[in-house]
Structures are given as structure tokens and as C-alpha cells.
Design a protein around this ligand. Structure first.
Ligand SMILES: [Zn+2]
Length: 466
């Protein structure tokens, strides 16, 4: 069993949920201060064959730690080691952006220099970011950050440590893959229709040629003209999907206590329930329980209200706000129950492509990193309205998407999934509980399955279909 214990209740909740996303309810126990029947003593720790420590480096290990990650010029460089071999880029910026101070297409969160923040470095003077200490019958993995690598591809180091590291000598527990059984990678794409739904048509036709199910996230307070309804119907006929993108696109899901703009007429419950109701009127035979958060903003107070409105999955994740909802793995979220999230912070816009001499290199890096770490990769664009998101024309945009799709099509074993199919699969994955009986992994589900895709796990250096 994996036991999670931190003094700080916020870290306790965030990391417990993160460990469950990777190792499932079946293998993870959260030891909170209220959970008085179990106490974490030094003797208890001494009994563990594997330990993961987030925060300052333990004094006793200072000189004997094998350092795996070093900070140099605001970038963490990972050294070659068994635990870092599944990182494609082998580096992580403390903070980087592709567009304003919002989007990091390379898919990592922000590491503050502020030692008072749980998202900062525990010791900002030290150049060491992470390391491993091995003794004959135990190993300790350490990160110089109170919250660890919860918001980046380097979370894979945690999974590899638990599931495969020294598995022939000390304990190892399976990590649930974020890619369905029988696939090597999984990708989802959507456009966020803040307005002008019908103008997404050319992009839909291009994706259809590439047999990539298309998805729309729709802000429902807008004109659903005949052209829009025809596009929606064609998308659904081609196995695509529609989710809500709130009703008015108010900042912070319209939460009045926060930064909501003048457009907000209610709160997160109003935004989600009205959007679901309007969508139901416009597309009577189609049901969704999924949302894309406006601006990818997810204030904690909004999440239970989304649940109350009937939402049980949302897409978010962005470097500039709500770091607890920028998650390396999709699944259950901290501070709420009964709802999952998937972080998709790769924005495919002319704003990012043209300043780089039309290069798609950042997107290729992002997708390679996702494939190597077995991360379900999501990216987005917008339909044209008065604002063109940096694209020079529809042709210019289609050409860039086409180059990216050709790149994806050259890969083997990729599941190109609609947003609904993505969240259905991640819903099943979040509700799965792995258990071990001898050398076998068994799985039970806590909720009715929604996806026809199966699960797989990594354990003792191998992939296991569950
Ligand atoms: Zn939007």
C-alpha cells in the first residue's frame, strides 16, 4: 500500500488525489490528522522500502543523495538515470510561456522562487531539484518542492519510482497508464466556441479527412443559427462531441466573490446549469455532463457548484491560475468529489506559431513528451470571429493544422479521441481501483463504465493489460 502523509492539509489533499490518479483508490491511503487511528512515526517510516519526500532535503541524506535534477538558468535539467529515462525533454523551466503570461504549450506548471509558497522551491538557494538515495533494502526519492512535480510531465518519475524502480530487489506497485490498453498514445483536440460556432466548419472538414473526431466546447449565450446547428449535427454524425463552455464565459465561472466581470449574472451553478439547459434545447437528443472551463479558470469554490449543476468532468489546466487544477494526470481533483478533470494547456494558435518563424517545433516537443510519458495529450484552437488568434487567414490556419495532423498520422498506435470519449475513458480510469493478488493485478470499478476502452498498468518494468 501507498500511504500519503503531509503536515500541511492542503498538500495532503493535493498529493493524495494525485497519487490516486496514478495508483488508484485500491492502492493509496491518505493519512490525515483527523485519521487518528494511524500515526506516522519514525519507526513506521523505517519499515517502508520506498519513501518519497517533498520539501527540504533531509539533513541525514544531504551528502549521500544521488542528484537527478539540477537547476541552472531557471531550467531544471534532469540527468541520465533509470528514473528520468521516460522524460523526452529532460528539462523543465521554472516558468515559461508561449503566449502572454497564460499558456505554456510544453505542459508544465510554474515553480515559484518564493519559499513560502507550496508551489515554490523548498530551498531556493540550492541548485538541487530532486534526487534518489539507495540503500541495500530501501530507496528514497526527494524533490526540493513541497508539492513535488504534481503539475508536469516529470510526475512520471514518481510513477516509475513506485512501479518499476529496483522492482527485482524491493517493493513495487503498479501505476495505472493514462493511455488505453492497445494504444501507444492518445490525443484529443477541440475548439472553444466563445462565438461564431459555424466558422469552425473548415477545420472540422480537415480533421474529418484525418479521421480525427472533432469536438466543440460551446458558450451557450450566443446565436445558434442554422449553419451552427448543421455543423453540430455533422460533427456528431462523424463521432465528434459537444461540451459546454459555460453560459456567458464569465471569468472565474461567474463566482461573484472573485473577479467576475460585469457580464456575470450568477455563479458557477448558474453558468453550468444554464449552459446545460440551453444545449439540451438546441440539441434535444444529445446529453453531456462535461465542460471546458472559460479561460481555464477553476476557483475552488466553483467546483462543487459544477457538480451540483450536473457536471462531472471539466477540462482546465493553465500555468497562470488555480495551480491545483493543472494536473500531470487526468482524474479526480482535490477539494471536491464526484468530478474529474483533464489538463489541456496546449494552445494551437497563430499567436504561438508565427512568432517562431512558422515552426511547429514546440508542438512536436509537447506531443513527443506526452507520448514518451504516456500522457493523454489535449490541444485546442478557436473558431474565427472578429478575433483571429494570430492566424493570418483560414488557409494559413488550415495549413498549420494540416502539418501537425500529418505529423500525428505518422505515429503508430495513436488513439484520436473526441473530448467526450477522452473524458469517458478518464472517468472509468478515475473510478478504477487496482488491487494485487499475488502476481496479478485485479481491477474493480466504483461507478458504471462509460468507455469501451480498457486500462493498462506499468509494473515491474512491463506493461500489463487489465
Ligand atoms: Zn473560451
Amino acid at each position: 500500500m501507498i500511504k500519503v502523509h503531509f503536515e500541511n492539509p492542503e498538500i495532503q489533499e493535493i498529493i493524495s488525489k494525485a497519487m490516486i490518479r496514478s495508483f488508484t483508490h485500491g492502492l493509496v491511503t491518505s493519512i490525515t490528522s483527523e485519521n487518528a487511528s494511524i500515526s506516522v512515526s519514525d519507526q513506521m517510516l523505517a519499515g517502508f522500502q520506498k519513501q518519497i519526500i517533498f520539501g527540504p532535503i533531509p539533513e541525514t541524506l544531504k551528502d549521500s543523495m544521488n542528484i537527478l535534477g539540477v537547476i541552472s538558468n531557471e531550467v531544471i535539467e534532469f540527468k541520465t538515470h533509470r528514473l528520468t529515462e521516460n522524460l523526452h525533454l529532460r528539462s523543465r523551466h521554472l516558468e515559461r510561456y508561449d503566449f502572454e503570461k497564460e499558456w505554456n504549450n510544453l505542459g508544465y506548471g510554474r515553480i515559484h522562487k518564493d519559499e513560502r509558497s507550496i508551489w515554490g522551491l523548498a530551498n531556493s538557494v540550492s541548485l538541487n531539484y530532486c534526487g534518489v538515495f539507495d540503500s541495500k533494502d530501501s530507496s528514497i526519492l526527494w524533490f526540493n518542492r513541497p508539492i513535488g512535480p504534481v503539475d508536469g510531465f516529470d510526475w512520471r518519475i514518481i510513477e516509475d519510482f513506485v512501479s518499476c524502480y529496483r522492482w527485482d530487489e524491493i517493493t513495487a506497485l503498479p501505476a495505472l497508464a493514462e493511455i488505453p490498453a492497445n494504444y501507444q498514445g492518445a490525443i484529443t483536440f477541440r475548439i472553444d466556441c466563445d462565438e461564431a460556432i459555424a466558422s469552425g466548419r473548415p477545420l472540422f472538414e480537415l480533421y474529418k479527412e484525418h479521421r480525427f473526431p472533432f469536438s466543440l466546447a460551446i458558450k451557450t449565450e450566443q446565436d445558434f443559427g442554422d449553419d451552427s446547428l448543421r455543423l453540430i449535427s455533422d460533427i456528431l454524425d462523424a463521432q465528434g462531441s459537444i461540451v459546454i463552455h459555460s453560459h456567458t464565459h464569465a471569468p472565474e465561472w461567474g463566482e461573484p466573490s472573485l473577479r467576475a466581470g460585469p457580464k456575470s449574472r450568477g455563479d458557477a451553478f448558474f453558468e453550468a446549469s444554464t449552459a446545460l439547459q440551453v444545449l439540451n434545447e438546441k440539441i434535444p437528443n444529445y446529453k453531456t455532463t462535461y465542460a471546458v472551463s472559460p479561460f481555464h479558470q477553476n476557483p475552488r469554490v466553483a467546483i462543487p457548484k459544477l457538480v451540483r449543476a450536473g457536471i462531472d468532468g471539466f477540462v482546465g489546466g493553465i500555468i497562470c491560475n488555480d495551480p491545483e487544477y493543472l494536473m500531470a494526470r487526468g482524474g479526480g481533483v482535490p477539494f471536491s468529489e464526484g468530478i474529474i478533470s483533464h489538463s489541456e494547456q496546449c494552445m494551437f494558435h497563430g499567436d504561438c506559431v508565427h512568432p517562431n518563424q512558422d515552426s511547429l517545433q514546440i508542438y512536436f516537443e509537447a506531443i513527443e513528451n506526452a507520448l514518451k510519458t504516456e500522457t493523454f495529450f489535449g490541444y485546442l484552437d478557436h473558431p474565427f470571429s472578429n478575433y483571429h488568434y494570430g492566424w493570418k487567414s483560414e488557409d494559413d490556419r488550415l495549413q498549420a493544422h494540416s502539418r501537425f495532423l500529418n505529423y500525428i498520422d505518422k505515429k503508430e498506435g495513436i488513439w484520436k479521441a473526441s473530448l467526450k470519449d477522452t473524458l469517458d475513458f478518464l472517468w472509468d480510469r478515475a473510478n478504477a481501483a487496482m488491487n494485487l493478488s499475488g502476481d496479478r493485478i485485479t481491477v474493480t470499478y466504483r461507478a458504471k463504465r462509460r468507455s469501451n476502452q480498457g486500462l493498462k498498468a506499468r509494473w515491474r518494468g512491463k506493461s500489463h493489460i487489465l
